[in-house]
Design a protein around this ligand. Structure first.
Ligand code: PXP
Length: 243
């Protein structure tokens, strides 16, 4: 199980004052010292947190690997192809949303076409590709047909579910993971995962990578980033060993 740390919200604090601190590049070093297997950043079209400069510097400084989250728009794809991160995760993006709200709508013909063209550009550049999708059969089958290397299952509905609804959402994530694995696509998961709710997701055996940001950056204010990453690592390790 790989743990990728999303450091977008280090940049959110910096952008609140349009200054140069805290620097996400320094955060990436600390996340790696805490045991991160990779660093994830979302370069949004509106540049509300991560900036082009951050991605460029991270590409030179990260010792593990960079997972770049991006929408399939030509300017951001150009940058991804130029910088060639180890992995690119295509996500839907709406300007007015607070955070990514749902998975890619692959049942929509125009989004399917855009995603297909983006996947081709990324894989032609030698970048491992992942699609952020809802944990549903249709989306998994569409992702496999598109030839993505991996799917990242959106765990937001699980994270937002009340106590009674959670087992259903875990069953849904488990079914989706098993199907994806059977169809030979790698399974990742993320969004809304916290120290309190990550355990049942980390215990799903087919999931090989988690992407976690907000909860870890939030805790790091009190404990420091290295310790916050180490603590999450330990919870994930225990969940995995118990499954
Ligand atoms: N995965 C994807 C595709 C995301 O867009 C995000 C949020 O940027 C995350 C994972 C991490 O979510 P969170 O910050 O809630 O842990």
């Amino acid at each position: 199980m790989r743990l990728y740390i999303n450091i977008d919200h280090v940049a959110t604090v910096r952008q609140a004052r349009l200054t140069d601190e805290p620097d996400p590049v320094r955060a990436a070093v600390l996340a790696e010292l805490g045991g991160a297997d990779g660093i994830t950043v979302h370069l949004r079209e509106d540049r509300r947190h991560i900036q082009d400069r951050d991605v460029r510097l991270l590409m030179q400084t990260v010792r593990t690997g960079v997972n770049l989250e991006l929408a399939a728009t030509s300017a951001i794809l150009d940058l991804a192809v130029e910088l060639r991160p180890m992995q690119a995760t295509l996500v839907p993006e709406k300007r007015e949303e607070v955070t990514t709200e749902g998975g890619l709508a692959l049942s929509d013909a125009s989004q399917l076409g855009t995603t297909k063209a983006a996947l081709k550009r990324l894989s032609d550049a030698g970048i491992r590709t992942s699609l952020f999708i809802d944990p549903d059969e249709d989306a998994i089958r569409a992702s496999v047909d598109l030839g993505a290397d991996a799917v990242e299952l959106h765990t937001g509905e699980y994270a937002n579910a009340g106590g009674g609804e959670r087992p259903k959402q875990i069953a849904r994530l488990s079914r989706a993971s098993a199907l994806a694995s059977k169809l030979s696509v790698a399974v990742h998961a993320g969004h809304g995962l916290t120290y309190e709710n990550v355990h049942p997701v980390a215990a799903i055996p087919e999931i090989e990578e988690l992407n976690i940001g907000h909860s870890i950056v939030a805790r790091s204010i009190f404990t420091g980033l290295e310790a916050a990453v180490r603590e999450m690592r330990e919870i994930v390790r225990r969940a995995r060993n118990a499954s």
